[in-house]
Ligand binder design. Structure first.
Ligand SMILES: Nc1nc2c(ncn2[C@@H]2O[C@H](COP(=O)(O)OP(=O)(O)O)[C@@H](O)[C@H]2O)c(=O)[nH]1
Ligand SMILES: [Mg+2]
Length: 461
């Protein structure tokens, strides 16, 4: 917490400062966080395409502008660069980001009602915090010992990409030999390679999250360990003991500060999920995503005791939106199905996490719409397709395949690993942002970003 932030907190306590809503935006890497924030901000600055955000359509929002954020040590979300990537003369997707970043958007609003009119305009600050979902999944590490975490991870690893190479590296390690850093690095590298390969194959649940997105911690001891099988006759050798120590350091020095400094201060949260990508990757990836959602939800409702409850105090996230991104890959006739699948996954996650904390909702969105709809004729059938520009510049109308009408058809077999869905053109549907000539007052084209904004912040405006 920066000094200006502390001062602001005190002023707010006295009722002097403008209200602040802190919106967390998370999701696994490539889920669409950067594009979401860029589009949200652009569409709040120019609100022509936000009819379902009531405060925008009824004129409550009189103005919006960016201004310096209160946290001086957190990198600023590079809005201008991302926007010009998406909407500039040569539209392209922004580069990946791998750390926390933040942006403050301030809104000038006209209070509603008779007394409101007497009070004049108010200012509300929207602090948007972008952080990797991988870091949130580290929560599950916190109440586990190194032995418990190792057992769980080694059990889950079977059959996932890169598992064999890691198991070989483990087998080549003599547990009773003296600890040597090169050996630790070899094991950590094999384990990290396995995590990357699993992520690329569509698996969500890959801990420790910083192994995938290390940032400035790359190469540090806290990130140089790997899971190990239980020691022989309960007598841990030197490697095991050092890895246990590093695992504990990772929790204390990496995971905990993230929850304290960033997570604990969030009021509203959007969790972006590439559900279409997971469905395309196959049933195990869907099953894994469902479990990851339960883990994410449990972060928002910690038990009464425990370290996270202590950090959070009385603060709670009030609303959580789960959004299936990239819905512009589907003709709108399939959007409801996508939303139903996400709702079903969320319901399961809620049951599993025993969740009653915040209001939650599930929605299919596209932060940046890259396609138009078209019906194509194929093998005597009319297929609801989408047309867009592929990354190589060619234009194409493609049919991604059909989602099941009943979400259970997709989620239940997921556990057994049965049918496949979205096997048609989905694999080659890699659309580039469409060149856009924005009318004055309009933000970039999207699908349901206005509904997302209404759910997330509408009640505060
Ligand atoms: N078609 C489409 N693709 C998207 C959309 N949002 C994100 N993507 C794709 O997903 C990739 C990752 O998005 P990004 O925002 O960088 O993900 P992040 O890693 O979560 O920040 C982009 O490069 C695009 O290829 C969207 O609204 N529509
Ligand atoms: Mg990003």
């Amino acid at each position: 917490m920066g000094l200006s932030d502390a001062a602001e907190g005190i002023a707010r306590g006295l009722g002097l400062a403008d209200p602040v809503v802190r919106l967390g935006v998370t999701g696994l890497s490539r889920a669409g966080k950067t594009v979401f924030i860029t589009s949200l901000v652009a569409n709040l600055l120019d609100r022509g395409r936000m009819p379902a955000l009531r405060a925008a359509s009824d004129g409550t929002i009189q103005g919006a502008w960016l201004q310096p954020q209160p946290d001086d040590t957190v990198p600023r979300f590079d809005y201008e660069r991302h926007l010009s990537a998406l909407t500039g003369p040569d539209p392209h997707w922004p580069e990946g980001t791998r750390h926390v970043s933040q942006l403050r958007l301030s809104l000038r609003v006209r209070p509603r009602g008779v007394t409101g009119a007497l009070r004049g305009l108010r200012t509300i600050h929207l602090d948007i915090v972008d952080y990797p979902g991988e870091w949130l999944l580290d929560l599950r590490l916190m109440d586990k010992s190194f032995a418990e975490w190792s057992a769980e991870v080694l059990d889950r690893m079977q059959g996932r990409p890169g598992a064999d190479a890691f198991m070989q590296a483990l087998a080549a390690t003599d547990p009773q030999k003296a600890f040597a850093e090169p050996e630790a690095q070899r094991l950590a590298a094999a384990y990290t390679a396995h995590l990357h390969a699993s992520r690329n194959a569509g698996f969500s649940d890959c801990t420790p999250g910083r192994f995938l997105l290390p940032g400035e911690l790359d190469g540090s001891p806290a990130l140089t360990f790997a899971p190990m099988p239980p020691p022989d006759e309960g007598r841990p050798g030197p490697v095991w003991r050092e890895f246990q120590r590093r695992f504990d350091a990772y929790k204390a020095r990496v995971v905990r500060p993230f929850f304290r400094d960033h997570f604990a201060r969030i009021d509203r949260q959007v969790v972006l999920t590439d559900v279409l990508g997971a469905i395309h990757a196959g049933p195990p990836a869907v099953d894994d995503m469902r479990r990851a959602m339960a883990d994410i939800l449990s972060a928002f409702r910690p038990g009464r005791a425990g370290w996270l409850a202590q950090i959070l105090g009385t603060r709670r996230v009030e609303r959580i939106l789960f959004a299936a991104t990239k819905a512009d890959h589907l003709h709108h006739v399939q959007h409801q199905r996508l939303a139903n699948i996400l709702t079903a996954m969320l319901r399961e996650a809620r049951d599993r996490a025993d969740f009653q904390g915040a209001r939650t909702e599930a929605m299919a969105i596209a932060a940046l719409r890259t396609t138009t709809e078209e019906v194509i004729h194929q093998d005597g059938q009319d297929l609801p397709a989408v047309r867009g520009t592929l990354m190589d510049g060619r234009e194409a109308a493609l049919y991604p395949g059909e989602l099941p009408d009943n979400p259970a058809a997709l989620i239940d077999p997921a556990r057994g690993g049965a049918d496949r869905w979205l096997d048609a053109d989905y694999a080659i549907m890699n659309f580039a942002p469409a060149p856009a000539t924005l009318r004055p007052g309009d933000g970039p084209p999207h699908i349901r970003m206005d509904r997302a904004a209404e759910f997330l912040i509408g009640d505060r405006l």
